[in-house]
Structures are given as C-alpha cells and as structure tokens.
Design a binder for this molecule. Structure first.
Ligand SMILES: [Zn+2]
Length: 206
C-alpha cells in the first residue's frame, strides 16, 4: 500500500477495505426476503426473481464499464443510466486520465444521459453503479431527480448513500431516490481487489 502514491493510495485504501471483511453490502443470494419469496412457491417468487434478473442485467453492463476503466489504469468503477429497458448512457472512472477528481463514473454517465436526452432532469432514470456513490455523485443524482439507484458494493470511506451519509434518503431533501445494494457484489469486489493487488505488486507501485 505504501508504494501507491497520493490520491490513488487513498482510494486504494478505501476501496480495499471490503477485502478485510469490513464490507457490509449484502448479496441478494443471501437476502432473506428474496430467498423467502423464492421458496414460497412459483407465483410469489416471480416478481422478486424478475427484478433481480433485470438488476443483474444492467449491473453487468456497469461491470463491463468497470473492466474498461481498468484498461485505462483507472480504478475499476462503472455506471449506467437506464430508462425503462433502455441504456441511455454508460461510463467509467476517468479521474486519472483527465486529471479531474470529479470524473467519477456516475457523474460522467449522468452528464452523457442528460446530453443525449436534452434534459437536465432524469426523473424516470435508474442508475446502476458498481460501487456506492460518493457524496458528490449522490448529490448529482439528487439534482438529476433520478428515480432509483442500485450499487454492487459499499464504499466505507467515501460512500454517501448508506456508509457515511444518506444523501439519497434524507427526508429533509426535496427529492429522494429508491436505493438498492448488493447486486453482483462478488464480481464488483473481485474487480477492485484484483486491481489493487496488481497496484501493490507493480514495481512503480502505480
Ligand atoms: Zn462519486
């Protein structure tokens, strides 16, 4: 870890935390509600299973974006903006590439979606992201008035939705988004762990 310089070291430290078992995100496979619904017979299980399958389908696109980020030597985090069944925009972290701390996957995906649709508010949108949004991104998600935000793993050091704050659920705000976590958590966690393992093992450390 000491070989990783400046901000990346901080990010590595923060996102590597789940490796040590600190992660609180839950896998839907062990979600008692989902499991109970599945075990309750064929009819009641369908809505839960259908929603999970849909969430996983879009999260897999976000995971593909995260893998693309890694090819740019960016922390592997990806996000997609969905309306209905249509992917409006997808993006991955570009903070190092653009030397811009605001270039998080969620912000970039939101901006692209807004430009694509020609609107500043994405009221029917769902955002799927591989890591819990930070305060900056959660704030942008509120400004965009998105309907629902789904993430794979929590970020115990930067997460603004459940870990360090509840930006998307604050009753005082004039907008709240439905949130859901733990979708494809194992894959997202493995991507992060693998990325930071390589960083620690590289001669330059970055
Ligand atoms: Zn962010």
């Amino acid at each position: 870890m000491g070989a990783i310089p400046d901000t990346l070291a901080q990010r590595a430290c923060d996102l590597a935390a789940p490796v040590a078992g600190a992660v609180e995100s839950r896998s839907l496979a062990s979600d008692p509600v989902a499991v109970a619904a599945r075990g309750a017979g064929s009819e009641p299980s369908r809505p839960v299973d259908a929603r999970l399958a849909r969430d996983e389908r879009f999260m897999r696109i976000a995971l593909d974006e995260a893998r693309a980020a890694e090819r740019f030597d960016e922390v592997p985090i990806g996000a997609v903006v969905v309306i209905g069944e249509r992917v409006i925009a997808a993006a991955h972290n570009l903070t190092r590439t653009h030397t811009d701390p605001t270039n998080h996957a969620e912000l970039l995906a939101l901006s692209r979606a807004a430009r694509t649709l020609g609107v500043a508010r994405l009221v029917d949108a769902e955002v799927f992201t591989t890591v819990e949004p930070c305060f900056m991104c959660a704030g942008a998600l509120l400004h965009a008035r998105v309907k629902r935000v789904v993430w794979a793993v929590r970020d115990p050091k930067f997460g603004g939705c459940v870990s360090l704050g509840h930006v998307l659920s604050d009753e005082r705000a004039n907008h709240r988004a439905e949130i859901h976590e733990g979708v494809c958590a194992d894959q997202a966690r493995e991507l992060l762990q693998s990325f930071f393992r390589k960083k620690r093992g590289s001669p330059e450390g970055s």
